[in-house]
Design a protein around this ligand. Structure first.
Ligand SMILES: [Zn+2]
Length: 132
């Protein structure tokens, strides 16, 4: 059974593996960090947050300093979907942002019929009663 975890990530409880929800590409062990199976783009933050004033005339331009901040983008190697983004100091390893108790997840999903769908992300219908 495949359990959706984010808009673009799911866990296959039979194989205990992270997978891309868009293309099914196998990413990493579900008990580990899914980011180890992704492609990483280490971006200069000035590409995203461009200087607001002329960098040739001013030292501080309101753009993040790439010597202090990097933007890491994690992509699925199978389909190229951007699955996560984070801001980190240069050289910092990817964070471990989701540590899943796979055994508890298996118990939770054991009683549900095969094919159970829990909508997440853009597939969530309007008026579900969700209060955010
Ligand atoms: Zn994919």
């Amino acid at each position: 059974m495949r359990v959706p975890m984010t808009e673009y990530l799911e866990i296959d409880l039979d194989t205990e593996r992270w997978q891309c929800r868009r293309c099914g590409h196998d990413l990493a062990a579900a008990r580990g960090n899914y980011k180890t199976g992704t492609l990483v783009h280490d971006r200069d933050p000035r590409e995203i947050h461009r200087p607001l004033i002329d960098p040739d005339r001013y030292e501080f331009t309101f753009a993040p300093d790439p010597a202090w901040c990097r933007i890491l983008e994690y992509y699925c190697p199978g389909c190229g979907t951007l699955v996560e983004t984070e801001y980190l100091p240069p050289g910092h390893p990817p964070t471990f942002d989701m540590e899943i108790d796979v055994d508890a997840l298996k118990v939770q999903w054991a009683g549900r019929p095969a094919g159970t769908v829990i909508p997440l992300g853009r597939d969530v219908p309007v008026n579900t009663g969700y209060v955010g």
